[in-house]
Write a protein that binds this ligand. Structure first.
Ligand code: UDP
Ligand code: MG
Length: 197
């Protein structure tokens, strides 16, 4: 993390909305650092001897949300380790606990620029995750049972967080039901303020 306050863009949307894919594009074009909360949790889960491994795996399979202290510390560590100034935080904050914990721990340390909201119908999102599972994503939650629960969590817990940011005029929405390139054309419009690399 550089001396000045780092810039943060949150990337939200349902499971399978394309957050990871679009973040990779933003990294390539605009030089952001991509921090996926889900990937950081999966990495922590897989560390030999991690005291949180079992807890994280249970939440991931059940589609519920890991306590914010764990996720937020993983995010903060990843930011502190990095020299760069522009961060995409993908898949976080997902519920009120996440938002409160983030505000407590990180509120004064970063500038949240906006929330990129990838909006796509539920059936499209679910089918993308199921295809990803069948194609060998190796994720323990890309199966029909976990997906049902992930969708419930998204609708009940994450949508209200997106509404919260929308009331603050921080949400920039794109139609994520389209193909990857068309979606990225829309995404780019929102990053115009950041110099293309
Ligand atoms: N997760 C969590 N807190 C986070 C991000 C992810 O608890 O801040 C857990 C949650 O159980 C979620 C799972 O990790 O269902 C997978 O999240 P990821 O963002 O990888 O899934 P995606 O939405 O990208 O399919
Ligand atoms: Mg993801």
């Amino acid at each position: 993390m550089s001396a000045s306050k780092p810039n943060v863009v949150f990337v939200l949307g349902g499971p399978g909305a394309g957050k990871g894919t679009q973040c990779a594009n933003i990294v390539k074009t605009f030089g952001f650092v991509h921090l996926s909360a889900g990937d950081l949790l999966r990495e922590e889960r897989s560390k030999p001897g991690s005291e949180f491994g079992e807890l994280i795996e249970k939440h991931i399979r059940d589609g519920t949300i890991v306590p914010v202290e764990i996720t937020c510390s993983l995010l903060e560590n990843a930011m502190t380790k990095n020299e760069k100034n522009n961060f995409l935080i993908d898949g976080f904050p997902r519920n009120q606990d996440n938002l409160d914990g983030w505000t407590r721990q990180m509120g004064d340390k970063v500038n949240v620029h906006f929330v990129l909201f990838l909006e796509a119908p539920e059936d499209i999102c679910v089918n993308r995750c199921l295809s990803r599972g069948q194609a060998g994503s190796g994720r323990s939650d890309d199966n029909p049972e976990s997906l049902k629960k992930r969708v419930v969590t998204y609708n009940n817990d994450t949508m209200p967080i997106i509404s919260h940011f929308d009331k603050l005029s921080l949400v920039r929405k794109v139609d994520a039901a389209k193909g990857t390139e068309e979606v990225f054309d829309q995404v780019k419009e929102h990053f115009k303020g950041f110099v293309e690399s």
